[in-house]
Design a protein around this ligand. Sequence first.
Ligand code: PLP
Length: 388
Amino acid sequence: MTRSSSRRLGPATRAIHAGGSEPVPGAPVVPPIVQSSTFFGGSGAPDEELRYTRYGNNPNQEVLAVKLSAMEGTEDALAVGSGMAATALTLLALTRSGDHVVASSRLYGTTRHFLEEELPRRGVESTLVDAEDPSAWGEAIRDETRLLFMEVPTNPTLRVFDLRPVARLAHEAGIVLAVDATFASPVNLRPVEHGADVVIHSATKFLGGHSDLIAGVAAGSRSFVAELRTMLKLYGPALDPHAAWLLDRGLRTLGARMAGHNANALGLARWLEEQPEVATVVHPGLESHPDHALAREILDGFGGLVAFVLESGEAADRFCRSLEVALMAPSLGGVETLVSQPRHTSHVHMSPGDRAAAGIPDGFVRVSVGLEDLDDLQADFRQALDRC
Ligand SMILES: *Cc1c(COP(=O)(O)O)cnc(C)c1O
């Protein structure tokens, strides 16, 4: 998209138009799926770039790179085969044997596993810190530290930690801050605006938005993304062209979808607060949330997730089984409302006591609030509460 005005476009507009084709008569408005692994070339001409779908330069992958970097405000971006591929390639690209990583302890379980079990096999140590405490980050940074890593908001307690002091510490040390902003999407949070250098998404969630694809994104400086492309060539988790096309299609409605998720989640959270069976409701848009003030400051929307606590794990089991509109499944960010219990999914390997200490007592239900009519969700939740 070429424009004469320098006015900065909003995230919803960028999600629709960035990376789009030139509007020449007869050209398709929507880029076609280029379902080809390879492309003509290979003549050996010195400036010829080989196009090959594993390299991340298939035309559908390239549309996403342009669109996602425009949305995040970074120089470049790369779409890959899953959120974990984006995280793993980022960690591999930024570290060498002997290096060190400091990360928040509140991480997606598989990311934490990668830091604790996989990076050490490659000679890279990591220290997990309490993300709430900027001094903890500062104390954990060593000469060998190459990056700081955090998630905002966190799963499943939806904590919103301040990126800005962590970014300052990173830059004082001459290193980078990487942020997994899957739970926010770039409509609600653009971490680079708050000092982050690298942004990661599981595009499987809100970016794709329809629970029908697996993809990941990492965005950052041109030199970082060049390293990432090298890792993509070596390890190979390329995004299939059809999934890339579906992700681009999903992104076109991201602005509208996030507006719906934000409104439905806040509406459901406020309604849940009034139900006598519900002990606690967790949502950054509620005044009772510990990070509400910060969330108002750095988020453009409070997101599509809500959690609440029933009196026991058994009550939560009965609640989830009784739902008729919402569905019981892990994952999040799709148009359909999904409920899950972290004690059965993401936090199954922790003891009940450790979970309770982390703010996830038995009875904790996580809801990815979809785009159904809010009164239907409320009626569904009410009848399920009656049966637990
Ligand atoms: C789902 C998720 C991931 C992993 O994404 P996949 O697409 O499943 O590989 C990483 N981080 C967060 C915060 C997630 O929710």
